[in-house]
Design a protein around this ligand. Structure first.
Ligand code: NAD
Ligand code: DAU
Length: 332
């Protein structure tokens, strides 16, 4: 099987490429990535020499470039996106272009080059916030940030292509990923690396917002199953049921790193901050998937990875990174 993975130089895309190359000895993977600030070729140094792996720098919103790599593949897995909610609040346009027009460009390529299947990697954030209970795959989209609205736009185009042209697409909505190689702008790597640097952690509002977490490997197994066994035209939620508030998460990280609450700095809340996400993933579980890594185990492994790989994250937390965050706090 020859797979086109888009956004493969990012956090989850790189974990997925490594997983596929290790699991299937005869599979080939082409990685199409624009290499934005979030795309890091270092994430795949260990597979660069693998003859079954190829990389092309390019934009999923560029039809010619997509055509060059998509022609002849057996499947496309679309991980490419602008992904950080805080950035989307400052610069919404990049999100709309990549997450909507980029997805549209891939759908057109699936049609034009008769690609047998595409898996759209999307988020639980498209459903908006839920105080109690959980969203199902049939819940309406009520996105609250430019990021989630852009992802919802891409997902709706998938739905429209399925209904209108019978395009062979499967859409996934996942809870928050965590694990090795996550860019240190997202809460877990940001908090862990801040504490390793002896800094405080900026907790938004009162820290009462709740997220559900999935470890990298469990998400890779879910996408692998959906790629091979998922029904075309179907939607699958990917969740663990492991919901935790941000203050609980922060306390867990503080404890693991031998710190106390004096390391918390309560800062101004994120505008439009969703209180709680929670999804029902029975459909995927009936297909034969369940998570293997508990949050307790996964967070310990993740913290250890950041402890063991300071060179990886220190470069990303450079002056430019700091300037970005300073600007963000001043603007809020
Ligand atoms: P990331 O931000 O770490 O990486 C995104 C990658 O996409 C980068 O390598 C970047 O260079 C590339 N990219 C961005 N724009 C591109 C373009 N126009 N053309 C080609 N490549 C481009 O992302 P992530 O956190 O690993 O998320 C991967 C996917 O999973 C995204 O679609 C995201 O919406 C979705 N998702 C993420 C989470 C999460 O918790 N991180 C949860 C659910 C769903
Ligand atoms: O739910 C899936 C989504 O999870 C993905 O679709 C997104 O791509 C991904 O970025 C993530 O979005 P979140 O907004 O949930 O992730 P983030 O790590 O930015 O924030 C997690 C929670 O932590 C959120 O409630 C905001 C809070 N937070 C975040 C940062 C960066 C803080 O309190 N302080 C911070 O500095």
């Amino acid at each position: 099987m020859r797979i086109l993975v888009t956004g493969g130089a990012g956090f989850m895309g790189s974990n997925f490429i490594r997983y596929i190359l290790e699991k299937y000895e005869d599979y080939e993977v082409v990685n199409l990535d624009k290499l934005t600030y979030a795309g890091n070729p270092e994430n795949l140094r260990d597979v660069e020499q693998n003859p079954r792996y190829g990389f092309m720098r390019g934009d999923i919103a560029d039809a010619k470039c997509v055509g060059d790599v998509a022609r002849g593949v057996d499947a496309i897995i679309n991980y490419a996106a602008e992904t950080h909610v805080d950035r989307s609040i400052m610069e919404a346009r990049d999100f709309a272009v990549t997450d909507v027009i980029g997805t549209l460009t891939l759908l057109e390529a699936v049609e034009k080059y008769k690609i047998p299947r595409m898996v759209q990697i999307s988020t639980d954030e498209v459903f908006g916030s839920i105080e109690k209970g959980e969203f199902t795959e049939e819940s309406p989209f009520l996105p609250n940030s430019p990021y989630s609205a852009s992802k919802a736009g891409g997902d709706m185009l998938c739905r429209a292509f399925i209904r209108t042209y019978g395009t062979p697409v499967i859409v996934t909505h996942s809870v928050n990923f965590y694990g090795p190689n996550q860019y240190p702008e997202k809460v877990i790597p940001l908090f862990v690396t801040n504490l390793l640097e002896g800094k405080k952690v900026p907790l938004y509002g009162k820290g009462l917002n709740q997220r559900e977490w999935i470890y990298t490997e469990d998400h890779c197994r879910a996408v692998d199953l959906i790629l091979h066994k998922g029904a075309l035209g179907e939607v699958y939620n990917i969740g663990t049921g492991e919901g935790i508030t941000n203050i609980e998460l922060t306390r867990l990280i503080l404890h693991e790193l031998g710190k106390d609450e004096r390391s918390i700095e309560y800062v101004k809340d994120r505008p439009g901050h969703d209180l709680r996400y929670s999804i029902n993933s029975d459909r995927l579980r009936h297909l034969g998937w369940k998570p293997k890594t508990t949050f307790e185990r996964g967070i310990t492994k993740t913290i250890q990875w950041y402890k063991d790989n300071p060179a990886w994250w220190k470069r990303l937390k450079s002056k430019k990174f700091q300037e970005y965050y300073t600007r963000q706090y001043i603007e809020r």
